[in-house]
Design a protein around this ligand. Structure first.
Ligand code: PAF
Length: 281
């Protein structure tokens, strides 16, 4: 696996893949790689001859008081995991490569980015959309792969790609889970052993709510109440937010008469975890 940190090196490595007639798939990450990311790499390998992965902890998507400084970083360990997973090129730029002096553009995707996480983390999706637009412009992949765990991010990226007419296919890969159901996340590394034990209650509460839907409940209000009851069974989880939205538009629904996304965030100690399930329709 080749490793590059500058735009000219990235462009010439991707150009050499193109000269060989290879399709290029791209997996953007912020590092601290776990099996969930490696599943994205595997998915990328299934659809393209060459796989480019970026590692960049994007300051623009962290709000004041969020965990930008303490976000786990271990480039050497990540590079080794990517090499073993069969990635072909790692792009690990410094901040001034991604945002050189004079950089003045912010990408705002109205609508899908404004509710839920967007409302609670002002500026977060502008940061995501800006970095993803720049990365897609630098790598120029045929396919880009994102994880379903960040469902609203996927909706934002799909809207961005459609609206700007970017010639890239967006693939969404299913959430990868630990054996007890906890969604894999770089932030799981912050959990103490006790917190780690409590954390799977988030997914259990999502599944319990999905079951309430399966046995006939359609009203959003009732399903959200069922989720709150389920989550309160684990006192170490503090509910931060829960939303039941149209899975395509991310707008709240009153009843489940189409595919919906039930997305929740909890605090376990100082760590904020998110997860979601899709059902209905
Ligand atoms: O999902 C992430 O890791 C980030 O939001 C992304 C897509 C790499 C943009 O920084």
């Amino acid at each position: 696996m080749k490793r590059v940190a500058t735009v000219p090196d990235l462009r010439s490595a991707v150009a050499s893949f193109r000269e060989k007639g290879q399709r290029v798939a791209f997996v953007p990450t912020m590092g601290a790689l776990h099996a969930g990311h490696l599943a994205l790499v595997e998915q990328a390998r299934r659809v393209a001859g060459k796989v480019v992965v970026s590692i960049f902890v994007n300051p623009k998507q962290f709000g004041p008081g969020e965990d930008f400084d303490r976000y786990p970083r271990d480039l050497e360990a990540d590079a080794e995991k990517l090499r073993e997973a069969g990635a072909d090129l790692l792009f690990a730029p410094a901040v001034d490569v991604m945002y050189p002096p004079g950089f003045a553009t912010t990408v705002h995707v109205a609508g899908v980015s404004e509710g839920m996480e967007g409302a609670r983390r002002p500026g977060h999706f502008d940061g995501v959309a800006t970095v993803v637009a720049r990365l897609l412009g630098l790598v120029l992949p045929d396919v880009a792969v994102f994880g379903q765990k960040d469902a609203q991010q996927c909706a934002v990226v799909m809207r961005l790609v459609k609206d700007l007419g970017l010639p890239v296919e967006v693939l969404v890969a299913p959430t990868v889970r630990e054996s007890d159901g906890l969604a894999m996340s770089s932030r799981n590394a912050y959990l103490s052993p006790e917190e780690r034990k409590a954390a799977p209650a988030l997914f259990r509460a999502l599944l319990a709510t999905q079951l309430v839907h399966e046995i006939g409940e359609r009203k959003a209000e009732k399903l959200l109440a069922a989720f709150r009851t389920a989550i309160s069974a684990e006192p170490r989880l503090e509910l931060d937010s829960v939303d039941l939205v149209d899975a395509a538009t991310m707008r709240p629904v009153e009843k489940v008469d189409r595919p919906v996304l039930l997305a929740a965030a909890v605090r376990v100690g100082r760590t904020r975890l998110i997860d979601n399930v899709v059902f209905g329709g």
